[in-house]
Write a protein that binds this ligand. Structure first.
Ligand SMILES: Nc1nc2c(ncn2[C@@H]2O[C@H](COP(=O)(O)OP(=O)(O)OP(=O)(O)O)[C@@H](O)[C@H]2O)c(=O)[nH]1
Ligand SMILES: [Mg+2]
Length: 409
């Protein structure tokens, strides 16, 4: 309980002061007439000493801020009191007490109210932001938890599944594995696991069986064997199939690249042209009009360098052919296959040549390449020997390699 004495001239002044200092709930517990202290007291009017008390600690500094509404009500109440008090003060002390006049007090209260409203507003905004953040985090946790539960569930199911057990050692991409399992399960025919699996895998591999004629372009990352593959094909087409073959290279970037293909052209005695810029391309192709096949070599480019790929695309577009081959090595890491294939899709390749099968013992990469590239396999290469180490495998032979039933020595 808070008790306070007030010396006032009349009860109006007392009430205003009590309300201001102790609040609306204050009660008057005593009032007596007193004289002002000192000699002056004998000559002036008697004053009233009022004792008031309040249970609550509410005053203008301790407003309990439950909400904006509470604050508004409290502050309006205080403002009302202040105005009353100001009026009373003005009546009693018109001149001497200017500095504690109602106006100043009103201003203080207003500032106090604004300050507290601002604090509350900020507090509310902060709380809303924190709540939203918390909700977001909870949502993320929910997703993570769901993923974890699903993964654990999938993993448990996978571990129990002999098909997954078999696929895991083939080094296949998870998404490809999933699609194989789905297709496997959709086959109603009762067959042994291996046979059923072979059936599914064979459906995933398509082979290009068309003839090689007109301009044929070879694109792909550096060092995968584009030039060597062209040399092998040129030998095979000219020496074995007796076709008229022409060679063109746009690879003037790498030192020795021109000489590499030129040497093969000289050995096989076939025409050879170097294209230095896009305008030369049409002319080079035109100069080989009498050839059945024109094999066009390009510079090896990183699939991550879209600038270089765009430049290459300009050359390829000039060739104007439906026969563009992506050359990619079977030794490519699974994680890189999708990046390479996606990058080279810019060049609109329509066939795939998979090289260096002799350099790996796990042929799952062939399926991964085909899965990402979604195009026919044209050839596979199996060594450095020109022109021997190039093959056209059918889907069954490729699947036997993938399943480990066969290998490339
Ligand atoms: N083991 C093996 N090596 C190969 C095969 N094909 C090519 N090579 C070798 O791979 C290396 C690079 O071959 P290139 O034909 O120059 O490769 P490229 O793609 O033209 O290279 P860039 O023009 O630099 O992009 C050479 O040493 C080839 O002998 C293959 O099927 N098996
Ligand atoms: Mg090359």
């Amino acid at each position: 309980m808070k008790v306070k004495k007030f010396i006032v001239k009349d009860m109006n002044e007392a009430l205003a002061k009590i309300r201001y200092e102790l609040g609306e709930e204050a009660v008057i517990i005593n009032q007596t007439k007193v004289r002002q202290p000192g000699i002056k007291g004998f000559f002036s009017k008697k004053l009233i000493q009022v004792t008031a008390a309040t249970e609550s600690q509410k005053d203008k500094r301790d407003i309990k801020l439950n909400s904006n509404d509470d604050l508004l009500i409290n502050s309006l109440e205080l403002i009302k009191n202040a105005v009353n008090y100001a009026e009373v003060e003005e009546k009693i002390h018109p001149t001497e007490k200017k500095e504690v006049s109602g106006e100043k007090f009103y201003r203080d209260i207003k500032n106090d109210y604004n300050e507290k409203t601002y604090v509350i507003k900020n507090q509310e905004e902060k709380e809303t932001m924190e709540t939203n953040k918390l909700l977001e985090e909870m949502n993320e946790m929910k997703i993570l938890l769901n993923n974890f539960i699903n993964k654990t569930k999938d993993k448990d199911e996978e571990e129990a599944d002999p098909l997954y057990e078999r696929l895991r050692i083939l080094d296949l991409e998870p998404l490809l594995m999933k699609s194989i399992v789905e297709e496997f399960n959709s086959i109603e025919e009762e067959l042994p696991l291996e046979q059923k699996l072979k059936k599914v895998l064979e459906d995933k591999v398509t082979i290009y069986n068309g003839d090689m004629e007109g301009p044929v372009v070879f694109v792909g990352p550096t060092g995968v064997g584009k030039t060597t593959t062209i040399a092998k094909l040129a030998g095979r087409l000219s020496l074995i199939e007796n076709k008229k073959v022409g060679l063109v290279t746009v690879d003037t970037y790498r030192i020795g690249a021109v000489e590499q293909l030129k040497t093969y052209a000289e050995i096989m005695d076939i025409p050879f042209k170097v294209v230095f810029n896009i305008n030369d391309m049409e002319e080079a192709i035109k100069s080989m009009e009498n050839c059945d096949v024109v094999l066009i070599d390009t510079t090896g480019r990183s699939s991550k360098n879209s600038m270089q790929l765009s430049q290459l695309r300009a050359f390829v577009d000039k060739v104007n052919t439906e026969n563009i081959n992506l050359v990619i090595s079977a030794t490519t890491k699974n994680d890189d296959i999708s990046t390479i294939v996606e990058g080279y899709k810019k060049l609109n390749f329509n066939h795939i040549i998979i090289t260096k099968l002799d350099e790996t013992v796990s042929y799952g990469s062939i399926l991964n390449i085909v899965y990402h590239g979604n195009k026919d396999i044209n050839f596979v290469t199996t060594g450095q020997n020109v022109p021997d180490d190039i093959k056209k495998l059918d889907s069954s032979s490729i699947c036997r390699l993938v399943l480990g039933e066969d290998n490339i020595c």
